[in-house]
Design a protein around this ligand. Sequence first.
Ligand code: ZN
Ligand code: ZN
Length: 326
Amino acid sequence: MRAMQLYAAGRKLRAVERALPVPGQGELLVEVAACGICRTDLHIADGELEASMPVVPGHEIVGRVAALGEGVDGWSIGDRVGVPWLGRPCGACSYCRSERENLCDDPLFTGFSRDGGFATHAIADADFCLPIPAGFGDVEAAPLLCAGLIGHRALEMAGEAQVVGLYGFGAAAHIVAQVAAWQGRRVHAFTRPGDSAGQAFARSLGCSWAGGSDEAPPEPLDAAILFAPVGALVPAALRQVRKGGRVICAGIHMSDIPSFPYADLWGERAILSVANLTRNDGRAFMALAQKAGLRTVTTPYPLEDAERAMDDVRAGRLEGAAVLVP
Ligand SMILES: [Zn+2]
Ligand SMILES: [Zn+2]
């Protein structure tokens, strides 16, 4: 098999060849058809998150089951399968025992603490793999597995919010905007100031207003979801949220949040973070993706061009999601 491996933060990915791994108890060997690039992969490569090195990044895997380990139930050779970020929670900690496996104290994460999908093959825990909705091609489905899924978990934290602001209009927001619009919410998109192409893209996906993150929307927000990893957006978003509203931080890493006056939080406004996913989130979102008729905008790259693809995501040079194809 071939893989793009990261040996140390701040270094380039290296192409490696190795023997096909053999799936263990409860595991699948997955032949990768596509793997999306998530901002978390950039945080790992840039050393903002400390992964177990060396590691093959990538946790938005769409592939086909190539071999089954002992004791696997529910999957057969050739099945199309999705492998998300949550690789395997411990199953024993207080979070796992209270249906909050997303907060597990001792989890394995795909492409972080176990090898991921920047490769031709990957090992995955059968119980944590997800079905892929039939209406999506392999490349189109890849961004559902983290951008869509974790974005949806963030949107659920917005509760009944009717007016939702999305800060940072990349892979996640371009999917969440469609979900929110489909649910009958009004969506306002905030891009980098001056990014008129990004704002037009947001409007094309159902956003009723799009502007720069330094602008005020046409109405106060019930909730704001932050996908951009920029701490300064937290107080900026708080100032656009009405009393009782929420600011939801959806990324795994963010630069430091600057101090702000308590008056901006006053009025029962809340700041929340979203961490990881549960199996139930995954299954629910895959069903919703089909039902809501979501579409994803993707730019495919050959696996060997992973470094260039990550640079393009870093610089915001593409619309929607970058996807590696082996
Ligand atoms: Zn991700
Ligand atoms: Zn646990």
